[in-house]
Design a binder for this molecule. Structure first.
Ligand code: GLU
Ligand code: ZN
Length: 498
């Protein structure tokens, strides 16, 4: 494995096509490209490949950037930060692609192709009939001037095709080793449409050269494009020793071992954000998917990743998404947050659930601050906080008891418990956790003779609305005496019958 030629500082790039949200497989390559730049003291560049105008919207570009920021990645050059090799949106770099296409045409590295779609289809059909592999025959390679004039007179507008030289290309890939491509199987390919828009291979190669990219980390679906891109780089005059080092990462698989498709719910990075994952957990999990830091190290942060990441250790086996493992990492990372940070992270979920205002009122912040530590141990996803804390934050007139819990726990037998709790709590002199616990234990267990489950279960369901809740006595303290008593009375009236 090489760090690139010693005279050249490492420059890696992430080049998403913003045709939807970032895919987790892409994010993994972004992480590796970022980590390699950070590890080597090089630069990480984000370039937006948005020349396919039909699919790209400003919102899609913004979403990609938002997702990268959410993950905690930073870039030295790219959208929002600029840099010496910009602009970093391909749609703003069209002049570069035209210029290179013109140069290739002038030098004979490319030529105008006037074939119509029907002609190309017919050609492919004929090849198939003869049992030949389909591919452009090169019939416009050396058109005579008269033929060109005739085509133009017909109103045909040419595309620009790259003239693939004879020979072979050896791609040095850090995962695959040396991969040999015989150009006999690589027909001349279109680099620019008739409307002057560049195709991916041209735009990506021109940018990789102009942006002095030294390492390309990307999905292995692009391995087949690599000999074409190397041919373009060579035609641009990039010396052999300056060709980028390639790392083609295997595709991320779904839990069943199939390629992760967009249909799978959790293939898009925004899904993780919406479903209560910490970006630190997603980063940790994806970094370990198909890459091993050795030494059984499993707890990774971006900082640690930058420190220890080694491109040469990225494995050839595709990682399978393992939701259980990711959830476990997420729970660990949530437990490790400091309480104020946890509050900050769960607020958006409480807001979405309509439990706090935007911005939160001071009393809402107060309750969430006090309650967050109570649920921290139990959260495996941030969004669960909304369900767990709802009873503290809902307006009293919309508080409801989960019907299933009511049917199970608020039964005839609970009547005596709730009445005793009501009386004891009404007369309690100090409303704090210790006094609440002491008095409830006394009247419900010692005096009434109930087991803890039958003593506290009905109080829990009446007051929190559910059978699973944050710790009971703390919950009552936070809720306050008045609301606690209202709910116990309500349970007595509505459910067990006073
Ligand atoms: N824009 C391409 C894609 O998102 C990737 C380009 C590259 O990494 O070379 O598939
Ligand atoms: Zn042609």
């Amino acid at each position: 494995m090489t760090d690139g030629s010693p005279s050249r500082p490492v420059r890696t790039r992430f080049a998403p096509s913003p045709s939807g949200d970032l895919h987790v497989g892409n994010v993994r390559t972004a992480l590796y490209a970022w980590a390699w730049a950070r590890h080597t003291g090089g630069s990480f560049i984000v370039r937006i490949e948005d020349t396919d105008r039909s699919r790209v919207t400003d919102e899609a570009v913004a979403a990609v950037i938002r997702s990268l920021r959410w993950l905690g990645l930073d870039w030295d050059e790219g959208p929002e930060v600029g840099g010496d090799y910009g602009p970093y949106l391909q749609s703003e770099r069209l002049a570069f692609y035209s210029e290179w296409a013109e140069r290739f045409l002038a030098e004979g590295a490319a030529y105008h192709c006037y074939c119509t779609q029907e002609e190309l289809d017919a050609e492919r059909e004929a090849q198939r009939a003869k049992g030949l592999p389909p591919g452009y025959s090169g019939r416009c390679r050396d058109l005579e001037a008269g033929q060109v004039t005739a085509y133009q007179a017909e109103g045909r507008r040419p595309v620009v095709r790259f003239r693939m030289p004879r020979g072979t290309t050896v791609v040095h890939d850090t995962i695959r080793g040396e991969v040999v491509f015989d150009h006999a199987n690589i027909p001349d390919f279109v680099i620019m449409r008739a409307n002057g828009y560049p195709l991916y291979n041209l735009a990506a190669s021109v940018d990789d050269a102009l942006m002095r990219i030294t390492h390309i980390v990307r999905g292995d679906d692009l391995l087949a494009s690599t000999p074409r891109q190397i041919a373009i780089l060579r035609a641009m005059g990039v010396p052999e020793e300056d060709l980028p080092v390639y790392t083609h990462c295997p595709y991320v698989l779904d839990p069943d071992g199939k390629p992760l498709s967009k249909r799978y719910g959790s293939s898009a990075i925004s899904w993780y954000r919406q479903n209560g994952y910490l970006p630190e957990a997603v980063v940790n999990y994806l970094a370990l998917l198909g890459w091993s830091p050795g030494r059984d190290r499993e707890d990774l942060t971006l900082t640690a990743l930058a420190e220890i990441f080694d491109l040469s250790r990225v494995g050839a086996t595709a990682g399978r998404l393992d939701p259980k493992k990711l959830d476990a990492i997420n729970g660990d990372k949530i437990r490790a947050l400091d309480p104020e940070d946890l509050v900050r992270r769960i607020m958006p979920f409480l807001r979405t659930a309509g439990l706090v205002s935007d911005p939160p009122l001071p009393e809402q912040t107060h309750i969430v601050r006090a309650a967050a530590p109570l649920v921290q141990e139990r959260l495996s996803h941030l969004d669960e906080a909304a369900e767990m804390l709802a009873f503290l934050l809902v307006r009293e007139d919309v508080f409801t008891v989960d019907p299933e819990s009511a049917a199970r726990v608020l039964v005839e037998d609970a009547k005596a418990v709730l009445e005793a709790a009501d009386a004891a709590l009404r007369n309690l002199s100090t409303w704090d956790r210790a006094s609440i616990e002491q008095t409830l234990r006394h009247v419900l267990i010692d005096e009434l003779g109930r087991r803890p489950k039958h003593a506290f279960g009905p109080v829990r369901v009446a007051v929190t609305g559910r059978r699973v809740s944050p710790p009971l006595f703390e919950s009552l303290e936070l809720l306050g005496r008045e609301r606690t008593l209202t709910r116990i009375r309500h349970a007595l009236d509505q459910h067990v019958g006073a």
